[in-house]
Design a protein around this ligand. Structure first.
Ligand SMILES: [Zn+2]
Length: 81
């Protein structure tokens, strides 16, 4: 059996593979959180705040001020930010 490393997605809360050559998501350094590719794509235009209660809680713990876009949704930082 191959070794696996998983990380929890900060939006859907599902664990995804992250390591040993398989990366089904990415690490958002400025949030100190992981996001899966599915949510990253689905919410590329921003995460509706109503769906992000848990995320906002986590960002609060990390003392991160999320960026809110024109639609009033939470912008997901790119990997470079
Ligand atoms: Zn997800």
């Amino acid at each position: 059996m191959r070794p696996t490393v998983t990380e929890p997605c900060c939006i859907c809360r599902k664990d995804f593979d992250f390591g040993f050559g398989r990366y089904d998501g990415r690490y958002i350094a400025s949030w100190e959180l992981f996001i899966c590719h599915v949510c990253d794509g689905r919410f590329s235009g921003g995460i509706p705040v109503i769906r992000a209660k848990e995320l906002l809680k986590q960002l609060g713990v990390a003392e991160v001020e999320p960026e809110i876009n024109k639609k009033g949704h939470i912008s997901i930082p790119s990997s470079n930010s």
